[in-house]
Design a protein around this ligand. Structure first.
Ligand code: ATP
Ligand code: MG
Length: 287
């Protein structure tokens, strides 16, 4: 088997995480061909399947990335996760779909690009107080900030001029419990990581890039069942999935269901890279 790993220019040689998977795939006689998703190439003609990996610039090139998904979908080469699921997962609008199907999400208001209402109006009209503002297509907590009445009026107006935006109830538990990532490989739970923000400051984003820390954790049976129930709402088998949630009174409140190119935190569980490799082989063979 030859598997294409779609990545971005900045990670043309893949991430450490991806390389753990490559090594395990090699043990299974599978060759991995990394290719930059928006570089001119005929990578698709040379592989049996494509796995979306570190395409971590699609938030800046959303239209081109959507076209790449379409192009792959129209080819005979299977893409994981499927182009349909990846397209749906591009825009945080999908959170409302999952909420309608029964997932718990923070109270969230969708703001169309070009809307003229002020942030204070949005907060007041929706009975909010402390909020998080974030772009509908985003990653790494870029352009994501906390706000409260009277604050951030100008940055909000500027952001809404450029893009669709979510205004979300701020969940204070992120400051103590952080955010839990539950990683599923080949449809089965594999491992979990707790991500907490830098302490003692204003920071509420959990990314290491913003001073956050991560550690492997053993999730409770209740968390596992809740995460599995969220995945069931997707209605399609998934090669990989990361359920990112903030536990509030032991209920997982969904921050993101990452189905495009999440870091899979494979280094946090010695068995995880092999599990991922097995899942890739199973999915590619099943096509
Ligand atoms: N409603 C909220 N309440 C508390 N913290 C939040 C909230 N929304 C976002 N955050 C914090 O900001 C971080 C980034 O938000 P989110 O994961 O929604 O966006 P993202 O930029 O797509 O992130 P990622 O890099 O994980 O793709 C979260 O991991 C969390 O730490
Ligand atoms: Mg996130």
């Amino acid at each position: 088997l030859r598997i294409g790993f779609a990545t971005s220019q900045a990670f043309a040689n893949l991430t450490n995480d991806d390389r753990l998977a490559v090594a395990e795939l090699a043990k299974r006689d599978v060759e991995v061909v990394p290719f930059v998703w928006d570089a001119p190439s005929d990578a698709l003609s040379a592989v049996d399947a494509v796995v979306l990996r570190s395409c971590w610039d699609y938030h800046e090139k959303t239209v081109a990335f959507a076209r790449f998904l379409e192009k792959t979908s129209a080819s005979t080469v299977p893409l994981f996760n499927s182009p349909r699921i990846a397209s749906w997962n591009l825009d945080k609008q999908y959170l409302f779909d999952l909420e309608r199907r029964g997932a718990r999400i923070p109270k969230t208001v969708w703001i169309n690009r070009g809307s003229t209402g002020t942030l204070d109006e949005v907060i007041a009209q929706n009975g909010l107080d402390e909020v998080v503002v974030k772009p509908a297509v985003g990653m790494l907590g870029i352009d994501t900030w906390r706000a409260s009445p009277g604050k951030k009026q100008e940055p909000f107006a500027a952001l809404v001029r450029e893009r669709a935006v979510l205004v979300q109830e701020f969940l204070p538990d992120v400051l103590t419990l952080g955010e839990i990532s539950l990683v599923f490989l080949g449809g089965r739970f594999s491992h979990a990581v707790q991500k907490t923000p830098a302490r003692g400051g204003e920071e509420f984003r959990i990314h290491e890039e913003h001073g956050g820390t991560r550690r492997a954790i053993q999730p409770s049976a209740s968390w596992l069942a809740q995460a599995a129930a969220i995945l069931d709402l997707v209605g399609e088998p998934l090669l990989y999935a990361r359920v990112d949630a903030i536990p509030v009174n032991d209920t997982l409140v969904l921050m993101e269901l990452e189905l495009i190119d999440p870091a899979l935190f494979l280094a946090y569980d010695p068995i995880a890279p092999g599990r991922f490799a097995d899942a890739v082989v199973d999915f590619a063979r099943a096509q």
